[in-house]
Ligand binder design. Structure first.
Ligand code: SF4
Length: 106
């Protein structure tokens, strides 16, 4: 007669796999929201694009959230997970972005 080999270890193992697989779509959606981009400068004049480049704007601050557009005095926020604006740098601005004109909010 064959012995039942289904153990608590197997049950735990399968439960963990099921939990990981069932949460994958939620995690994927969260990653997509965090990864929106604000680097389309196709609508800018040459002068505005040059200023943006001269100030070395990037979508991801090298200083993390300690110095990012969201904490800059010149940033104008939009809805969550959307590009904002800047009163100095034209074009779409990422809240996690940064440029050399960063200034702390007063
Ligand atoms: Fe971001 Fe620079 Fe504008 Fe500040 S000045 S909001 S750091 S682009």
């Amino acid at each position: 007669m064959k012995k039942n080999t289904f153990s608590r270890r197997t049950l735990l193992h399968n439960t963990v796999h099921l939990a990981v697989l069932s949460s994958a779509p939620v995690l994927l959606q969260a990653c997509k929201k965090a990864e929106f981009r604000c680097d389309d400068v196709s609508g800018l004049s040459a002068q505005d694009a040059e200023l943006r480049a001269a100030l070395e704007y990037v979508d991801r601050s090298p200083h993390d959230t300690a110095k990012s557009c969201a904490s800059c005095a010149f940033y104008v926020a939009n809805d969550e997970n959307q590009c904002g604006q800047c009163t100095l740098v034209k074009g779409p601005i990422h809240p996690l972005g940064y440029c050399n004109s960063w200034a702390a909010k007063g």
